[in-house]
Ligand binder design. Structure first.
Ligand SMILES: Cc1cc2nc3c(=O)[nH]c(=O)nc-3n(C[C@H](O)[C@H](O)[C@H](O)COP(=O)(O)OP(=O)(O)OC[C@H]3O[C@@H](n4cnc5c(N)ncnc54)[C@H](O)[C@@H]3O)c2cc1C
Length: 395
């Protein structure tokens, strides 16, 4: 039977980042497994937005340090051909008078306290950066120049490639069926390719985490939620790569929008999605009424989009925890198991640092950012990681 120092279940952007960081930190015999192919899970459905705008201070820290990695991705990976597909267009977020105003103000202040460069824009300044939008209702407009979007699939495959080059074994199309547990501690995994031994297993199974829950007989709170993403086409008001990502706190759906290249805008709602009974990656229906409703919200902010058409659409599934923040670290009571799941629709922008700190934790090293706040114990103690905006992916 093959024996490894660490086995990682799941080669999404999180598992691939962990694999790279384990090798970087000196682990000698690491195995990264996926039942599908690298990055083909929920990572392939991501909108790719990178921001440090959060209200939870731990999230700001992870996002800030992750941004530094995205910003010098080839150098960080030691691979001059690597690319994360980054478009550094900035991130703008606007709130009208009302309930979202104070959370926005407080979040901007929290970012500043943590050394993030954020600006408050006048309506005229906002129009200069995003001339296709109207801002007459905006009471507060925040702007983060060091932000934008990138390609989550490319990042996952780049981390996996760099991990491979550093000696990690990557096996695709291998299904993990259960954990091997001996004397109350993890001893490896049983897979479609046989049993594999390791004293440390890291699960980054995203919406498939309930499988792990079944293997260890322990509840791991998580609901899979389907979200729709639309690409709208509007020749009259092109959303170019130089225009910032825009978060519209005035819209009922808390829309986020970004350029999708050409004359297209990518748009999705930042509110609750469709709760699923199980992990399903397949495409869901997007009713015409829903498209009309989101289109109307877009036209409210971007008047020329009144006449836009739909170019494409897809659905993706979030792994949502009760407080919309991830569970990171060891599971108390079972030695040899580390988890990283529950990214609730905002895990891509955190992936570099989450990979680093979970690799550090698995190797028994001090972590660059404390894992305490992300412990699963918070669901038992009630010390939830609630953001100032309430539940939702802004967090
Ligand atoms: C529509 C959508 C938009 C998003 N937009 C953004 C955004 O703009 N910005 C942002 O930061 N985040 C965004 N996210 C969230 C982000 O993309 C995810 O948090 C992140 O990609 C999750 O990565 P992961 O590695 O945890 O999961 P996944 O990529 O799903 O990887 C999990 C892997 O585990 C494997 N696996 C599971 N069980 C087993 C098993 N038993 N054996 C072997 N393999 C197994 C699966 O095959 C899968 O490949 C979005 C997500 C969606 C769905």
């Amino acid at each position: 039977m093959n024996t490894y120092e660490v086995i990682i279940i799941g080669a999404g952007v999180i598992g691939s980042s962990i694999a790279f960081h384990l090798a970087r930190l000196g682990a000698k015999n690491v195995l990264l497994l996926d039942r599908g192919s690298i990055g083909a899970g929920t990572t392939s459905q991501s909108s790719g937005i990178l921001r440090t705008h959060y209200s939870v201070k731990e999230n700001i820290e992870l996002a800030r340090q992750s941004w530094d990695v995205f910003n010098r991705f080839p150098e960080y990976l030691g691979d001059e051909e690597a690319s994360c597909g980054m478009v550094k267009c900035g991130y703008m977020i606007a709130a009208p008078e009302g309930g979202k105003l104070e959370p926005l103000r407080a979040s901007l202040q929290q970012q500043r306290n943590q050394g993030v460069k954020v600006e408050v824009l006048s309506r005229a300044q906002a129009r200069e950066l995003l001339p296709i939008a109207r801002f007459d209702d905006a009471a507060l407009i925040g702007y983060e120049p060091e932000a934008g979007f990138a390609d989550a699939y490319l990042v996952a495959t780049s981390f996996a490639r760099a991990a491979r080059r550093a000696g990690v074994t990557v096996k695709e199309h291998v299904d993990v069926r259960r954990l091997l547990v001996e004397n109350g501690r993890v001893a490896g995994v049983s897979t479609s390719a046989g049993d594999l031994r390791a004293a440390m297993v890291i699960s980054t199974q995203s919406i498939w985490t309930p499988d792990l829950s079944g293997w260890i007989g322990r509840e791991l709170p998580l609901v899979p939620e389907r979200h729709a993403v639309l690409a709208l086409e509007c020749e009259a008001a092109k959303y170019t790569f130089s225009m910032p990502v825009f978060k519209d706190l005035a819209s009922p759906g808390m829309l986020y929008c970004r350029s999708y290249g050409g004359s297209q805008m990518l748009v999705s709602e930042g509110v609750m999605g469709e709760k699923l009974n199980g992990a399903e990656l397949e495409q869901g229906d997007i009713p015409v009424d829903y498209i009309i409703e989101v289109g109307a919200q877009v036209a409210e902010r971007f008047p020329a989009y009144e006449t836009s058409g739909i170019a494409s659409s897809w659905t993706g599934v979030y792994d949502v925890t009760p407080d919309w923040n991830p569970v990171l670290g060891r599971l108390p009571g079972l030695e040899g198991l580390v988890v990283g799941y529950g990214f609730s629709g905002h895990g891509f922008k955190l992936a570099p640092m989450v990979g680093r700190i979970l690799a550090q934790e698995a190797l028994g090293l001090p972590t660059d950012v404390s894992l305490d706040a992300y412990s699963i114990e918070r669901f038992r103690t009630g010390a939830l990681l609630r953001g100032k905006y309430g539940v939702g992916a802004v967090s």
